[in-house]
Design a protein around this ligand. Structure first.
Ligand code: ATP
Ligand code: MG
Length: 381
């Protein structure tokens, strides 16, 4: 692929691309508590960018500063090349769906969704057409005459979502937009959001603490902790090459082994476990001294489990006793207790329908674990 083609869908790789939303040194303090701590962020036109992190890490505060509902203690936000700091929320090219979405209680569903369009002076037939389309999308076509108190929590959330989308702003800021939806509607709405983004070229910034949702939806994800960004990357980068233990264990599950570097060459690194003499061979060099303290992270689905011992001893092999087996439908998880008492989690897809009670190995059975040199990541923090 040419460089140009490669950066069309990934403008963040293009040094000349101008970010649509540009945030510099953004800080928010409440008294002596720092909710957002000096963050820089570039979001490009047409991205579906997710802010992901635990409760209280500053996601909503950052979003509210982009929208203009909270003024930063320090820092700047530009949208489409214009400095937004002094521009009030209602004049920004932005629409926000709040985490606690307030619907107008005395208005019907249709009037709630139409509100912004009517205020903008759109003609009646255009308003009706857009409201109907949007209500169909969120599967509330039959509910347009109800009032919010006659709806379930998930239905109210869909009205709020429709209300935010109907105006087709340049930037949509959505704070936990799908939190109250059931799994099926949630997945469907995720795809609708992605379609809308492709059709209308809207730039989305979505706050979520659902990692699977962030993985499915996003062009890129910022993982936040205590007001700072831990890592920004595509879903694949965040999942496959996390750069810290925090990110590795926040996204999906992972097995982390503490160790120290015993050999560091340009094409590989050898790490010895702190707990015993097991060795980890990883197929890339590292920018650290020998003997440096590091952590090796291996995802549960990247570990093979076998009842037969390996033909010869070597790195990337462990053994232990099956302590727990969980059947999750599309896969099974095995918890294996190593001789040093550490528990390692392995997942195995259920490609063929297992007969009841049939597993790769049984409770209390001795098993051997192994993985490829490409399957582990070394973390230095
Ligand atoms: N107006 C305020 N006054 C004082 N502290 C605040 C205020 N608003 C937010 N905070 C604090 O700032 C931190 C970040 O809040 P924020 O709402 O941004 O978190 P969040 O990441 O959106 O969390 P959640 O996932 O629970 O919604 C929290 O510790 C919160 O208590
Ligand atoms: Mg929040």
């Amino acid at each position: 692929m040419s460089q140009a083609a490669e950066t069309v869908d990934r403008p963040w790789l293009d040094a000349d691309a101008q970010p649509f939303i540009k945030i510099r040194g953004m800080t928010k303090r409440f008294g002596d508590f720092t909710a957002v701590d000096n963050v820089d962020l570039d979001i490009y036109k047409g991205e579906l960018f997710s802010l992901l992190g635990g409760s209280g890490c500053g996601k909503s505060t950052l979003l509210r500063m982009m929208a203009g509902f909270e003024s930063p203690t320090a820092g700047t936000v530009h949208i489409d090349g214009t400095l937004m700091n002094e521009i009030p929320a209602y004049e920004r090219p932005v629409n926000m769906m709040f985490q606690s979405y307030a619907l107008f209680p005395h208005m019907t569903v249709a009037k709630n969704v139409a509100y912004g369009l009517v205020r903008d002076g759109l003609g009646k037939s255009e308003v009706t057409k857009r409201v109907d389309e949007m209500l169909d999308m969120v599967e509330l076509g039959d509910f347009s005459k109800r009032k919010p108190h006659q709806l379930s929590g998930g239905q109210q959330q869909r009205v709020a979502l429709a209300r935010a989308l109907v105006k087709r702003p340049k930037v949509l800021l959505l704070d936990e937009p799908l939190g109250a939806l059931d799994k099926r509607l949630r997945e469907q709405t995720q795809f609708e959001l992605m379609n809308l983004q492709e059709e209308l070229g809207v730039t989305f910034v979505v706050v979520t603490h659902d990692q699977e949702e962030a993985m499915t939806l996003s062009t890129r994800i910022a993982v936040m902790d205590q007001g700072k960004f831990m890592q920004i990357g595509t879903p694949t980068e965040i999942y496959e090459t996390p750069d810290s233990r925090h990110v590795a264990s926040f996204i999906g599950s992972t097995n982390i082994f503490q160790g120290f570097v015993v050999e560091n060459k340009p094409d590989h690194v050898l790490v010895q476990s702190r707990r015993d003499d097991s060795l980890f061979y990883i197929d890339h060099g590292l920018d650290v001294q020998e003997n440096a303290k590091v952590w090796v992270a291996i995802r549960p689905e990247k570990i093979r489990l076998s009842k037969t011992p390996p033909k010869k001893a070597g790195p990337n092999q462990l053994s232990g006793i099956v302590q727990d087996i969980g059947y999750l439908g599309r896969m099974s998880t095995y918890k294996v207790k190593l001789t040093n008492d550490k528990i390692v989690e392995i997942t195995h897809p259920n490609q063929v329908r297992p007969k009841s009670g049939e597993h790769l190995a049984d409770w209390e059975e001795k098993v051997y674990l192994s993985w490829e040199p490409t399957s582990a990541v070394v973390l230095t923090k």
